[in-house]
Design a protein around this ligand. Structure first.
Ligand code: SAM
Length: 270
């Protein structure tokens, strides 16, 4: 090996070391409570979320056996995964992959967006990076804690108003330019039936969810399973203008995003 190769190798190693130290510092800051000037150890942090198995797995073997198959997707879910992203078990298969969330958020540039089902923050973070303001609603108090922590990792917490509530109960009080809907599809079970219909969505029938959101704004974005029956989307639209987009990650169809009214061809209509 030449002296030049050696120097390049040393510089690569020291850059990687520097990156690792930066990450450690960031995780330390996030785990530090300035009010008591105390620092939570990894064990204490884990205990905070213990009952819900929510933490930052640092290796494949940190994950419960039945979700280890998602480990390789961690950077697809959150490119800043190594900076200390926290996930619970369900989030590993329900977070919108970051490239899809980024793409949708870019289409909502400078708007006020309601993320009606924010989960642990996959879409909320990208909306916050590209939009004026995000109302992030989530019924599960643990998930909202995760989303808040994850938003801090992306430094976007100041753009988000987190609301721990049932969206269907508070929708009538909300105002925004766009409503984004990524309701639960029923876990990984949704693929068991060859055709998914809107009645299979939670917490209410997908059509009722659409109608409820339509009272806030006709500009709705709906993230649906890849096996959704397209006829249902046509019925749902009530002659409203819409655009369907198929969302692929590494040649795999992950879901379908439907943009209604002003969200379809946003530049020309909104
Ligand atoms: C598919 S996940 C959303 C994932 C999110 N888009 C992300 O990228 O992280 C659906 C979320 O809706 C939440 N949820 C279920 N019913 C709800 C309700 N009535 N109101 C608000 N959130 C609800 C679930 O707790 C779950 O976190």
């Amino acid at each position: 090996m030449s002296a030049q190769d050696n120097a390049a190798k040393v510089s690569k190693v020291s850059k990687a070391k520097k990156r690792r130290e930066q990450r450690k510092r960031k995780i330390f800051e996030l785990n530090h409570d300035p009010s008591t000037n105390s620092h939570k150890s990894k064990k204490e942090l884990y205990l905070d979320f213990k009952d819900h198995q929510s933490y930052h797995p640092e290796s494949y073997s940190d994950l419960p056996i039945n979700i280890r198959k998602y480990w390789n997707q961690r950077y697809i879910l959150f490119s800043k995964y190594d900076d200390g992203i926290f996930l619970d078990k369900e989030s590993w298969y329900s977070v919108t992959p970051e490239p899809i969330a980024l793409h949708v958020a870019k289409r909502c540039k400078n708007k006020v967006v309601i993320d009606a089902f924010c989960g642990s923050g996959g879409n909320t973070i990208q909306f916050a990076l590209h939009c004026d303001k995000v109302f992030a609603i989530e019924i599960d108090p643990i998930k909202i804690k995760l989303a808040q922590r994850n938003a801090e990792i992306y430094n976007v917490q100041h753009k988000i108003e987190f609301i721990n509530a049932d969206y269907t109960q508070i929708a009538h009080k909300l105002k925004a330019d766009i409503v984004y809907l990524s309701p639960p599809w029923g876990g990984v079970e949704y693929l068991k039936s060859s055709i998914f219909d809107l009645s299979m969505l939670a917490p209410i029938h997908g059509k009722d969810l659409f109608d409820l959101s339509f009272r806030i704004t006709p500009n709705i974005i709906y993230f649906l399973p890849k096996n959704i029956d397209p006829k249902e989307i046509v019925q749902l639209s009530h002659k409203n203008f819409f655009e369907i987009e198929l969302n692929y990650i590494l040649n795999q169809l992950k879901g379908v995003t439907v943009y209604f009214n002003g969200c379809a061809k946003l530049d020309q209509i909104l």
